[in-house]
Design a protein around this ligand. Structure first.
Ligand code: NAD
Ligand code: UD1
Length: 368
């Protein structure tokens, strides 16, 4: 039944953004193929994807650094494109473990591209980040703004973008879509899939939802003396379902119009930390206790995206509001107070283990 659908490899497809993109791709008539080592995801997500899409989930367990495995997956499924989500994403951790970040993020991309070349699959979408801009001088941030990464994580993203540009320069048959995400938040409206951070969240929205559900006492608002209307940091929050649809638009553009691009994905609107708290309290009916704390090192005061290029090139624009983001984040957190590890969430979907070369038996819980 899936034979005629274009197959798209999703490295890191079991993670937060990858799982939402999986659903959006199925809805758009594609057959996504997940390759994930489950180092930062849980196999229960596969059951949830099966439930949401009404079809068997295609997932291979493996490390994107294993070029031979990636080649085998691309060839076996006849993939026509890949979206590269797999990687490490914690800014603070990247400062402490730069080699691990370069190896996984940069090495992972090189491995994927080598496998794609062997498999004769030359359309790739790359998960980049607005963090490549550093502290932008002009707002809204356009794609022409200078890239001035400040953390090892941000540097890995820019190195990856440069690798893709070099490859395209050497072989014009490559089609490359670089997506610079602003601040993805929210969850699927079903409450079945969402962001599942391990340990204390670094980012605002998952911290707020954990306060709301009683897992954390209060939010610390980092800085109330920025040059912004209420003194707190302003960001361009983007619903993860809008972001997922942006990936569908990117794959469609690469395959149909044979076009390469680098675009911002955001809403084009800024919301302050206190603005997020207001919206969250409205959406959830829960008061969020907070205190002001010193500025967090490395934070910038304010940025949001110029999104006109995404609209012009991809015909995509975000449609969901900050209230939608808060409502869906809250539903996910309420239904899954401990994320995918919440009691009663034992996974049942088999995960194919490439290393073993066979389907593993049904998993019974815990991280595989
Ligand atoms: P995530 O951690 O939820 O998902 C990443 C997935 O990749 C996980 O399922 C993990 O198990 C898998 N993975 C990690 N290393 C792997 C490896 N070597 N081989 C195979 N699988 C591996 O992260 P996310 O939030 O979904 O982010 C996806 C991508 O988007 C990342 O590249 C991240 O840098 C980028 N990004 C994320 C954000 C954000 O706020 N979430 C913002 C900008 C860019
Ligand atoms: C952070 C990363 C960025 C990454 C992005 C992913 C840093 C310096 N930057 O961006 O590289 O791409 O996450 O989404 O880590 N805040 C609080 N209290 C909290 C958490 C956050 O007040 O407990 C504030 C921050 O100061 C900021 C805003 O909330 O003003 C958003 O923070 P966050 O969600 O971490 O995103 P970024 O800082 O934009």
């Amino acid at each position: 039944m899936t034979l005629n659908k274009p197959h798209v490899l999703l490295t890191g497809g079991a993670g937060y953004i990858g799982s939402h993109t999986y659903v959006a791709l199925v809805e758009a008539g594609y057959q996504p193929v997940i390759l994930d080592d489950f180092s930062n995801s849980h196999p229960v997500v596969l059951d949830r994807l099966q439930h949401l899409t009404g079809q068997r989930v295609v997932c291979e367990r493996g490390d994107v650094l294993h070029t031979g495995l990636v080649t085998e997956v691309l060839q076996r499924h006849g993939c026509v494109a890949a979206i590269h989500f797999a990687g490490l994403k914690a800014v603070g951790e990247s400062v402490e473990q730069p080699l691990r970040y370069y190896r996984t993020n940069v090495g992972g991309l090189v491995s994927l591209l080598q496998a794609m070349e062997t498999a004769d699959c030359r359309s790739v979408v790359f998960s980049s980040s607005a963090t490549v801009y550093g502290d932008p001088a002009h707002i809204p941030v356009t794609e022409q703004s200078p890239c001035m990464p400040e953390s090892p994580y941000a540097h890995t993203k820019l190195v990856c973008e440069n690798i893709l540009a070099s490859l395209k320069g050497a072989d014009p048959s490559w089609r490359v879509g670089v997506l610079r995400y602003f601040n993805p938040v929210g969850a699927h409206p079903s409450g079945l899939i969402g962001e599942d951070p391990s340990g204390a969240p670094n980012n605002l929205m998952p911290y707020v939802t954990q306060v709301a559900v009683g897992k954390r006492a209060k939010l610390r608002v980092f800085g109330n003396d920025y040059a912004t209307p209420d003194g707190t940091g302003v960001r361009d929050y983007l619903h993860v379902s809008d972001l997922a649809e942006g990936h569908v638009a990117a794959v469609r553009a690469l395959l149909a119009r044979e076009q390469s691009f680098t675009v911002n994905l955001g809403t084009g609107e800024g919301t302050s930390v206190l603005g997020v708290l207001d919206a969250f309290e409205r959406a959830s009916g829960q008061p969020i206790p907070f205190e002001f704390a010193p500025r967090r090192a490395g934070d910038v005061a304010k940025y949001f995206a110029d999104v006109s290029m995404a609209e012009d090139l991809l015909g995509w624009r975000a449609t969901r509001s900050i209230d939608d983001m808060c409502r869906d984040s809250w539903r996910w957190q309420q239904n899954n107070p401990d994320g995918y590890r919440t009691a009663g969430n034992a996974p049942t979907s088999p995960v194919h283990s490439l290393r073993a070369g066979v389907a593993s038996p049904a998993l019974t819980g815990g991280v595989v």
